[in-house]
Unconditional design. Structure first.
Length: 290
């Protein structure tokens, strides 16, 4: 989540801007009182930015620019070109600001390239990856967060159902994005990072690495000293969720001092998502994808 891009100026292309819906075709799934859908207006995006601030700053001790800290919103210029996936709890009485309990930021390749590039490019050298797949459209996932009381299986399922339906709707060929470990010392996550490097590293046409000036070695513990069960239990739930879907991990981690995290790059080709998850999400999400 490198802070250097929080003040970057982007020129919006009116032809390639995010999808904005007004309640028609923007709901991607429901479980009980929860539903996942796209933000419909600036007010809902502002509310999502407030949720991000509560998680990233108040919980994870990120340090944002002065204006963001004053407004108590995590925002940057990418918010103007992204679609914002929400999880809304309709059982909460009150305004939308109280009902949004989770969010993801989605950026399609055509929109990114028309407006200055992908956010992840500030940490990872993704250009060679894109050039090796001219026949695929990539989708960047970012700023994932859920309020503490809603960090449950069904909330995560709804977020992934939303991502899947959105990818189907827009014909995406692969997803990628940064996933974060707490703290800025990779050694504190040596077991998990080493397991990822040794077992889930990108290869061949999906190879992608951290930018050379930011590269931090992930292979910190010999394979014979790693207990896979312990390594998996030491990973953030989001990273484990990506692995279950069939994701690969980029070569090298990046320390983000501003967000107080150690970031890895997730690469998830649509074609390799395991069949059980396509069946689980696709059967329902497909209804919302057209």
């Amino acid at each position: 989540m490198a802070i250097e891009l929080l003040t970057r100026e982007l020129t919006l292309d009116p032809v390639s801007t995010p999808a904005r819906f007004n309640g028609i075709g923007d709901v991607f799934g429901r479980i009980g009182s929860l539903e996942t859908r796209l933000a419909r207006n600036d007010r809902e995006i502002d509310a999502a930015q407030s949720v991000r601030y509560r998680v990233f700053v108040e919980e994870m001790n990120a340090m944002l620019p002065a204006e963001a800290m004053h407004l108590k919103r995590d925002f940057d210029s990418y918010d103007d070109i992204c679609d914002h996936l929400l999880v809304v709890d309709n059982a909460i009485e009150g305004e939308i600001e109280e009902q949004i309990v989770g969010t993801y930021r989605l950026l399609r390749q055509e929109v990114a390239l028309a407006n200055g590039g992908f956010y992840s490019a500030c940490e990872f050298d993704i250009e060679p990856l894109l050039k090796r797949h001219p026949d695929k459209q990539f989708m960047e996932l970012g700023r994932s967060c859920v309020l503490p009381d809603y960090r449950t299986k069904r909330t995560v399922e709804l977020l992934w159902q939303g991502n899947w339906a959105y990818a189907l709707r827009h014909g995406m060929g692969a997803m990628f994005g940064c996933a974060s470990f707490p703290g800025v010392d990779p050694q504190e996550h040596a077991l998990a990072l080493s397991f990822l490097h040794q077992n889930s590293l990108v290869k061949d046409e999906w190879m992608v690495s951290a930018r050379s000036e930011l590269y931090r070695n992930m292979d910190l513990v010999p394979a014979e000293e790693i207990n896979p069960r312990q390594a998996l239990s030491a990973m953030p739930p989001l990273v484990k969720g990506y692995l279950r879907l069939g994701a690969m991990i980029g070569d090298g981690a990046v320390v983000d001092q501003a967000f107080n995290t150690t970031d890895v790059l997730i690469v998830l080709p649509i074609a390799v998502i395991s069949g059980r998850y396509i069946n689980h999400f696709g059967a329902d999400a497909g209804r919302f994808a057209s």
